[in-house]
Design a protein around this ligand. Sequence first.
Ligand SMILES: NC(=O)c1ccc[n+]([C@@H]2O[C@H](COP(=O)([O-])OP(=O)(O)OC[C@H]3O[C@@H](n4cnc5c(N)ncnc54)[C@H](O)[C@@H]3O)[C@@H](O)[C@H]2O)c1
Length: 250
Amino acid sequence: MFLEGKKIVVMGVANNKSIAWGAAKAMKAQGATLIYTYQNERMEKQVAKLADDKDLLIECDVTSDESLRRAFATIEARAGKIDGLVHAIAYSKKEELGGNVSDISRDGYALAQDVSAYSLLAVAKVAKPLLNKGAGVVTLSYMGSVRAIPNYNVMGIAKAALESAMRYLAAEFGKIGVHVNAISAGAIKTLAVSGVSGYKELIKESDNRTADGVGVTIDEVGETAAFLVSPFASGIVGDVIYVDKGVHLT
Ligand SMILES: NC(=O)c1ccc[n+]([C@@H]2O[C@H](COP(=O)([O-])OP(=O)(O)OC[C@H]3O[C@@H](n4cnc5c(N)ncnc54)[C@H](O)[C@@H]3O)[C@@H](O)[C@H]2O)c1
């Protein structure tokens, strides 16, 4: 088990359909001890249903510096140093995930960037002193960062920023022996994706474009996340790894 004895922070489990839950299952199967952060009390109930008794559950709203500070101070007090972190967080107002990009509002743009891109840096700031040498950080992106996917709009722009933020962070964290990367996952039906207008079409199209016609699963994405946080991935720095069963090839 390649994560035996490792403590990993998992941010973004909303329910058992979440990509973060796929990552949590894979990391647990490799012996990791998990520390979940959840956005609010409603999410806490969902995570509590999934977590083991010994896992830590800590509130963290990434739009609040105070919440971030408190969450990572609690992690340090209760778990000490950590060996990895999975950032699987994004949000946009539903009205920005459809229609014309030229109609995106200033507020909607700022909110999507704040939660979906800046949050990686905000998390990195508070997590940095806790990360052990050899630790890995992974964030979740989507192909809409590099292609104009219908209706993905403001989130595609945020994912482009996220991937860039990830590369700059990888250059910084490389100096402290922490490797940072992103997974670009294929389309999967989750709470977040259901905000995109016509998301059923998006998923159908994505499934059809996979090499074997079957959509990627949260387990497949999660297994890659488990590898990427591990020391086996120490040579992979600042990369976007596609885990979409070949959708990006066509
Ligand atoms: N589902 C897909 O098709 C797909 C594809 C590629 C990438 N992704 C990315 O994967 C990541 C996880 O999304 P998912 O699809 O598993 O959906 P999800 O809805 O299960 O997870 C999104 C998570 O973001 C959290 N979040 C939102 N605002 C937050 C805030 N202010 N503070 C803290 N947490 C907050 C939510 O609580 C939730 O747990 C996202 O970055 C998403 O863009 C998803």
